[in-house]
Design a protein around this ligand. Structure first.
Ligand SMILES: Nc1ncnc2c1ncn2[C@@H]1O[C@H](COP(=O)(O)OP(=O)(O)OP(=O)(O)O)[C@@H](O)[C@H]1O
Ligand SMILES: [Mg+2]
Length: 379
């Protein structure tokens, strides 16, 4: 039979995909009990009860421990870190608060940003959301561009106002294919300027994350305002698990912008998932392509940051027209070259996301006590 230390050593192979450290280092292994018949009980402490990566831990722990000699079965159960433990973990990671409340049920948070304005962040966000939803994913879009919000228009929403549910949480508005959307644009008069800065802004974003009933989402896409301002800083603080997708244009001379994006990402301490090159040539309705803005900028930036180039999205009439009409081109014209490229980008994102492994329960012999945590509803 392996010793407790050997089991602990084996559990170092189990990585928390969000915090990117092993569960031993994160002090998430609550208890290890070995039974004479070769069965080992392991209790893992999660940050939240509805932790979406629970099945990942379940499989990972069972696999790691089963590999040890003399082990005949593994029971994995779960409990939840206390508030003090969570705070200690947050301090240990040198980060702000861990994901809590509504966002506990969000599997992937992806911020779409760029080093400069007008490169198509909002169009890319709306269409990635559409492509992910078309693929059967549960998707939310948070329009974090409080000054220049555009998601209500791009996703065809806005005449309605979000309602509050019985738990006093704001309900997102629902766009085509069930995309949940929240934007400051739902609360202000049409085209009214929002002039918040500093603490007001911080509070508003915090509310969008904590007081909105996002529910269970595979992806929450966040449309960032241009540049590296307060909004990005606040979001990075509130969402340390978020990943970043950088949108850029193809000009090879965009080196300065590339450097700014890299600086922004390192300042925000967020992982960069990849680069999307937009306005990557112009494709005429007849299919002819012109390299209006040169070539290679996206590839160059991706290489510099050592991340994948997720898509090269051409300029097309359909994309522009459909985003003005409130229907993402991915829905209205899936054969459009821009729509195709964005759907390709969405598949790339799916490939990069933490894999949801099927729940594999190790056979539990009759003698072994039923692990208490198993009765919790599975995420
Ligand atoms: N691939 C494309 N093909 C055609 N038009 C596009 C494409 N990408 C963006 N556009 C158009 O360019 C304009 C700017 O795009 P968008 O608003 O998405 O950029 P942004 O980066 O979010 O801008 P901001 O920095 O102001 O938030 C929009 O009118 C949009 O319809
Ligand atoms: Mg925008």
């Amino acid at each position: 039979m392996p010793t407790r230390d050997q089991v602990m050593q084996a559990l170092r192979a189990v990585i928390d995909p969000e915090l990117r450290r092993d569960i031993v280092e994160l002090e998430m292994v609550r208890s290890i009990e070995t039974h004479a018949n070769g069965v080992i009980d392991v209790t893992v402490s999660l940050t939240t009860p509805g932790c979406p990566i629970r099945s990942h831990f379940q499989t990972g722990v069972a696999q790691a421990v089963r590999e040890l000699e003399g082990v005949s079965g593994v029971n994995v159960s779960f409990d939840v870190l206390s508030d003090d433990e969570k705070a200690a973990l947050g301090r240990k990671l040198g980060r702000g608060a861990l994901p809590e409340g509504a966002l506990a049920q969000v599997r992937n948070v992806i911020c779409v940003g760029s080093g400069k304005g007008g490169v198509g962040k909002s169009s890319v966000t709306a269409n990635l959301a559409a492509a992910l939803a078309a693929d059967g994913k549960q998707v939310g879009v948070l329009d974090a561009d409080v000054w220049g919000y555009s998601q209500p228009r791009m996703l065809g929403l806005g005449s309605e106002r979000p309602r509050v549910n019985a738990n006093r949480k704001l309900l997102p508005l629902i766009a085509a294919e069930g995309i949940s959307v929240m934007s400051i644009g739902f609360f202000v008069e049409q085209d009214a300027a929002v002039v918040w800065r500093g603490p007001m802004l911080h509070k508003a974003l915090q509310q969008f994350l904590e007081d909105v009933e996002w529910g269970e989402l595979d992806y929450l896409l966040i449309d960032l305002p241009p540049g590296t301002g307060d909004v990005s800083m606040t979001l990075a603080q509130l969402l340390p698990q978020a990943k970043f997708v950088i949108v850029t244009t193809p000009q090879p001379v965009a080196q300065k912008v590339a450097r700014r994006s890299a600086e922004m990402a390192s300042k925000l301490k967020l992982e960069i998932a990849g680069v999307i090159e937009n306005m990557s040539g112009f494709v005429t309705p007849a299919g002819e392509r012109f390299q209006l803005f040169g070539e290679g900028g996206g590839q160059l930036l991706a290489e510099e940051l050592e991340v994948p180039l997720l898509a090269k999205v051409p300029l097309t009439m359909a994309l522009r027209e459909q985003s003005d009409a409130g229907i993402p081109v991915v829905f209205s014209d899936p054969d459009d070259p821009a729509a195709q490229a964005l759907a390709h980008g969405a598949r790339g994102l799916i490939a990069l996301s933490p894999i949801e492994l099927p729940v594999m329960q190790a056979p539990a012999p009759a003698a072994a006590p039923k692990p208490a945590g198993m009765s919790l509803p599975m995420a």
